[in-house]
Write a protein that binds this ligand. Structure first.
Ligand SMILES: NC(=O)c1ccc[n+]([C@@H]2O[C@H](COP(=O)([O-])OP(=O)(O)OC[C@H]3O[C@@H](n4cnc5c(N)ncnc54)[C@H](O)[C@@H]3O)[C@@H](O)[C@H]2O)c1
Length: 420
């Protein structure tokens, strides 16, 4: 098991900014990007998801978006060089060198979870705007995530967190339906991510004999994680290990939870409890759970409970449900990254009600379009950093509650999380 042992009281402020240089008053290198200027993109982490982003940006560029694919950075040389060669980008081994490149205006961060926040903080301090993959950070980095949020504001940077499904207008429409009182006061949400199998076990190992050296930067991969000896499995199949990932709560729940944070205006929960374990992948070297349930209570904006569950045992879908004192909303045929077919609103005492059309679409493209628009206008993107921090706080509370088998409490006035 991982040697991460969160102390009984985890203070947000206590770890904020740990190991980082003092913040500058304003970024020195930030370029003002006009409406007609080309935006140069640097990609940090060009594995599975990172290359997906390169392809999305290439297709946006081919469709007339005024952007350039400038640079690729990866801790594994063969991936970095292949991406750089194929898309005529400059290869960088260290993300710091990519950030020093004046042709890079914005960065995409798709390295493993543990590297997101430290690299994102370095990026905003270098004057870049950031598209940061979900989860915003590792589950042990709540204080650092808060620093990222606060410094983004101080440095006037634009940050989009990579819950791409949030770019579907569906979730704001759902919010309007709830706000106009269609189900009375929403009091209970039940939602899940059900999948047959996990990526952790399937992540490709391109070279089983790979070793740290010129072509593999183990130190960069570890970042602020415990210094343990190199293994090929930790480097390439990092999703299985608690030092670098969290399993369903941090990998899958960002997609499932964020629509309800948008629609219901949820803040940081007051309490969080979690259950689960390794029930399917018992024969593998794996630390993260494959079954996970998170239950959270909120006092504001209205008292309610949100339950999120995940199993990797099978993918039989049960519809997400929001129950209020006057009715129930169910979502038909949800695909979390794309949207849903219909929003069904059923009043109390009836078996059928209104059926409101939903919408589905290529959300990663939409998320980039929203981000690039905001880079030019300096508005806040749909999955802005403050929203990302609220979500991250809930996920960290869930992970710490599960790991310690305790209840996580959040004191809004003190901005402090404790376990009890
Ligand atoms: N939004 C989505 O739908 C979605 C989908 C998949 C993955 N993701 C997120 O994207 C991230 C990457 O996931 P993946 O599946 O692509 O993993 P991956 O292992 O395929 O890719 C990660 C890459 O980062 C590189 N890397 C490791 N440490 C680095 C460092 N310090 N600097 C630069 N590069 C480094 C690795 O060598 C690897 O090539 C994860 O955080 C994951 O949660 C999001």
């Amino acid at each position: 098991m991982s040697n991460i042992r969160p102390s009984r009281r985890t203070f947000l402020q206590a770890t904020a900014g740990a190991g980082l240089a003092a913040v500058a008053a304003s970024p020195v290198n930030a370029r003002t990007i006009g409406a007609n200027d080309k935006i140069g993109i640097g990609f940090i982490g060009v594995g599975g998801r990172g290359m997906g982003h390169v392809h999305t940006c290439k297709s946006l560029m081919d469709a007339g978006e005024n952007i350039a694919l400038v640079a690729a950075c990866d801790a594994y040389g063969p991936r970095r060089d292949e991406a750089a060669k194929k898309f005529s980008m400059k290869p960088y081994r260290k993300h710091q060198d990519l950030l020093a490149d004046k042709d890079v205006d914005v960065v995409l961060i798709a390295s493993p979870d543990r590297n997101h926040v430290p690299q994102a903080i370095d990026a905003i301090r270098a004057g870049k705007d950031v598209y940061c993959e979900k989860p915003m950070g590792h589950w042990t980095q709540l204080g650092l995530s808060k620093t990222f949020f606060e410094e983004t504001r101080k440095l006037n940077r634009v940050v989009q967190i990579g819950n791409q499904g949030n770019s579907n207008p569906l979730w704001r429409k759902l919010g309007e339906i709830i706000q106009k009182g269609s189900i009375g006061k929403p009091q209970l949400v039940n939602v899940g991510f059900f999948r047959l199998g996990d990526w952790g076990e399937r992540m490709p190992i391109p070279d089983p004999n790979a070793k740290p050296g010129d072509q593999l930067d183990w130190e960069a991969f570890l970042g602020d994680a415990p210094k343990v000896p190199f293994t090929v499995d930790r480097f390439f199949s990092w999703r299985k290990y608690l030092d670098y990932a969290g399993g369903p709560c941090t990998d899958l729940f960002p997609h499932v939870y964020t629509p309800f944070v948008i629609a219901m205006g949820l803040g940081i929960p007051q309490f969080a409890m979690a259950t689960g374990g390794i029930f399917k992948y018992t024969n593998y070297d794996r630390e993260v759970p494959d079954t996970f349930s998170l239950s959270m209570d909120y006092h504001t904006p209205h008292p309610c409970t949100v339950n999120i569950s995940c199993t990797l045992a099978n993918d039989f879908m049960t519809p997400p449900t929001i129950r209020g004192d006057e009715g129930t909303i169910t979502l038909k045929n949800v695909t979390w990254e794309a949207g849903c077919e219909a929003i069904n609103v059923t009043p109390v005492g009836k078996s059928q009600g209104e059926v409101i059309p939903g919408s589905k679409g290529d959300s990663t493209k939409a998320h980039w379009v929203d981000f690039l628009k905001c880079v030019r206008s300096r508005e806040r993107p749909v999955a802005d950093v403050e929203f990302g921090y609220r979500v991250q706080a809930a996920l960290c509370m869930g992970m710490l509650a599960w790991k310690e088998r305790k209840v996580a409490h959040f004191d809004k006035a003190k901005q402090e999380m404790t376990l009890g």
